[in-house]
Design a protein around this ligand. Structure first.
Ligand code: NAP
Length: 276
């Protein structure tokens, strides 16, 4: 890592919890690889304090902030300008602080998902049938991104119906609520629930594995562990399966590019994300 001096600028992530975040490793590796004089830190910020933290970052001359749970909606309310994705989703995961102190809020999850999908699977959603399992923040970004990428249809499968309905609406005329039966005929299946993640839901499956098979691309947005039981079963049954590391890295790459104006060193960032 290059020396930190009086000219070093900073960026960071605000969230709670945030100590487990891989973002500092990913961004600092990118600065080191490109020789950019910046550091990236994790800041544990309590619920309700996001606006104050963002204002503090602006006053301290930060370049930008990543925003994670539980602050994404509060960050959307705290910035001066919102890009289209952030406005539609009501959630900001990336704040860019201009030289004049103006705060621009973006949501780079959808862009990160599509870039990751292309990187991992060379999959173009245009004209394809897609199923998204879950209707939370990640699902909403993915649904909007798939709609923007001209998918033929996006079926949203979720435990609670009102959330499913609201998420499906983000898909516009191609979004609808459905059941796991839709998975069988889907070209792309995305798990955007925490089922399978390390912790209490580690052994749970977001949908029955019998409906997965050859010819499908299956993405599990979970990346702890790198292979969930559901992802393993999908691969075992002949589907092309990928985890959430690429979405994580490419949303970070999008932030890097907004903050520095330079292309992100994606391979270095992926290696950093995978390092223990
Ligand atoms: P969230 O906003 O809390 O949404 C969680 C979704 O999962 C909701 O639709 C919820 O259904 C559903 N769900 C939760 N527990 C469930 C259960 N026991 N049974 C059935 N459905 C359940 O979370 P999020 O931010 O969208 O994150 C979802 C997952 O994506 C997490 O594992 C997260 O780590 C991952 N993620 C990955 C990336 C990446 O870059 N790879 C980015 C963001 C998130 P209800 O609506 O019924 O509550």
């Amino acid at each position: 890592m290059p020396a930190i001096t009086g000219t070093t600028r900073f960026a960071g992530i605000i969230g709670d919890p945030v100590r487990h975040s891989r973002s500092p490793a990913i961004h600092n590796a990118a600065y080191a690889a490109t020789g950019i004089d910046m550091v990236y830190l994790a800041f544990e910020v309590a619920r309700g304090d996001a606006a104050a933290a963002i204002d503090a970052a602006r006053r301290l001359g930060a370049v930008g902030l990543s925003v994670t749970m539980p602050h994404k909606a509060d960050a959307a309310a705290a910035v001066d300008d919102l890009d289209d994705d952030a406005a539609a989703l009501g959630a900001v995961n990336c704040v860019t602080i201009g030289a004049d102190g103006r705060l621009r809020g973006s949501n780079t999850d959808g862009e990160g998902f599509l870039r990751g999908l292309d990187h991992d699977a060379a999959f173009d959603p245009a004209g394809r049938s897609c199923v998204v399992l879950g209707a939370g923040g990640a699902a909403r970004a993915v649904i909007r991104a798939l709609s923007g990428a001209r998918a033929a249809d996006v079926v949203v499968v979720n435990r609670s119906a009102p959330a499913a309905q609201a998420a499906a609406a983000l898909g516009g005329r191609i979004g609808r609520v459905g059941s796991t039966a839709a998975v069988q005929t889907a070209d792309l299946v995305v798990n955007a629930t925490p089922l399978g993640m390390e912790g209490p839901a580690a052994g749970e499956l977001p949908c029955p594995v019998e409906v997965l098979g050859p010819g499908q691309v299956v993405i599990d947005l979970v990346y702890h562990p790198l292979e969930t039981p559901w992802l393993k079963a999908a691969r075992d049954r002949g589907a092309r399966g990928y985890n959430g590391v690429s979405m994580l890295v490419f949303q970070a790459a999008a932030a890097f590019e907004r903050w520095t104006g330079r292309p992100a060193p994606v391979d270095v960032m992926i290696a950093a994300a995978l390092q223990d």
